[in-house]
Design a binder for this molecule. Structure first.
Ligand code: SAM
Ligand code: SF4
Length: 327
């Protein structure tokens, strides 16, 4: 018998994000320092058994309906298709967020293992800029990875773009056009203060309004009535699909947030910007039963705050960067 995973503000949580590694093969300037981070030792990572157990408790007890695997770069976790095979029978909307650099060799195996769809992160279509942004010459691999995901039927493929002033804001229309031409929904994400180097500044955020104005001037748009998803959506008037913005900074969607997050070392975070975490790994490894785990999920979510405070004097940057939380 399942019950809703509900917090003190009436929000029901259905979406579970699981980071399965903190490692990454790219070094996106807004996410990781050039030298990488201090990677977590292997024994600190949740095992596949532990991940499956936590996911199962959440699905069985609280009717979680979506599971997204993320990282670091989730495709770097050894034997990822085996984990997907373990999670697929839970029957959720199972997806990954990936930089796609390895998808040309992994997409078919992931699909066969039961993965439903992928979100691919790509912030520039220009090789020189891609290198500046990621410190790696891997644009061709990402483009092949996108093709492989489409060929494997990991659909709908979605593209995540972090829009940054003076960095890639002149490519917003090109990236939207790329999505339109390939039948890929593009989601522009407002730059958030979760970068490892602390280089975030409010004036580097390209706002939702600026993004929509730029695209709408070239490809006329109609707004799609807001659902519960964090992305605000617009439909191309010529019928060539949709484009979205995740306006975490200028129009936070905290009031509709239905997400919880597990870090690769087994910490439960009820908000991207949480400054406290609940240690599930200690509980699991201490022999906790399912009732105890379920009780802990209910308590932690019950205590979730109303929303983040970006831009306000009381905002505190979380200790972890985005690569350690999972996005
Ligand atoms: N490595 C995978 C990838 O890049 O898709 C998964 C992990 S990555 C941390 C998840 C998402 O977070 C990516 O779409 C990335 O662009 C986004 N991201 C990272 N740092 C961000 C920041 N400071 N503000 C907004 N989005 C960010
Ligand atoms: Fe790696 Fe993704 Fe962070 Fe880029 S955004 S450094 S690909 S984890």
């Amino acid at each position: 018998m399942s019950r809703p995973l509900i917090d003190g503000h009436g929000r029901v949580h259905r979406d579970l994000r699981i980071s399965i590694t903190d490692r990454c093969n790219l070094r996106c300037t807004y996410c990781m320092p050039e030298e990488g981070m201090q990677w977590q030792p292997r024994e600190e990572l949740l095992t596949f058994e532990e991940i499956e157990r936590l996911a199962r408790v959440l699905v069985d007890r609280f009717a979680i309906t979506a599971i997204r695997l993320t990282g670091g770069e989730p495709t770097l976790r050894a034997h990822l298709p085996v984990l997907v095979e373990r999670l697929a029978p839970l029957g959720t909307d199972l997806s990954i967020t990936t930089n796609a650099t390895t998808l040309d060799r992994m997409a078919a195996d992931l699909k066969a293992a039961g993965l439903r769809r992928v979100n691919i992160s790509l912030d520039s279509l220009r090789a020189d800029r891609f290198f500046e942004l990621t410190r790696r010459h891997d644009l061709d691999k990402v483009l092949s990875g996108i093709d492989a995901a489409l060929d494997a039927g990991l659909t709908p493929v979605k593209l995540n773009v972090v829009a940054m002033k003076g960095v890639n804001d002149d490519e917003i229309v090109d990236l939207a056009a790329f999505g339109r031409n390939r039948g890929i929904g593009v989601r522009f994400i407002e730059f958030m203060p979760l970068d490892a180097s602390g280089g975030w500044a409010r004036d580097r955020v390209v706002s939702q309004a600026e993004i929509v104005d730029a695209i709408g001037a070239v490809f006329p748009l109609d707004v799609v009535p807001r659902g519960s998803a964090p992305a605000s959506l617009w439909r191309y008037r010529d019928g060539r699909g949709e484009v979205g913005v995740i306006p975490s900074v200028t129009e936070p969607f905290c009031g509709d947030c239905d997400r919880i997050r597990l870090t690769s070392d087994g910490m439960l975070r009820t908000c991207l910007f949480a400054t406290d975490e609940t240690d599930l790994r200690a509980l699991l490894r201490g022999g906790a039963g399912d009732d105890e785990l379920a009780g802990l999920f209910a308590t932690a979510v019950g205590e979730k705050g109303p929303g983040h405070l970006i831009g306000q004097p009381t905002f505190i940057r979380p200790r972890r960067s985005m690569s350690q939380i999972g996005g």
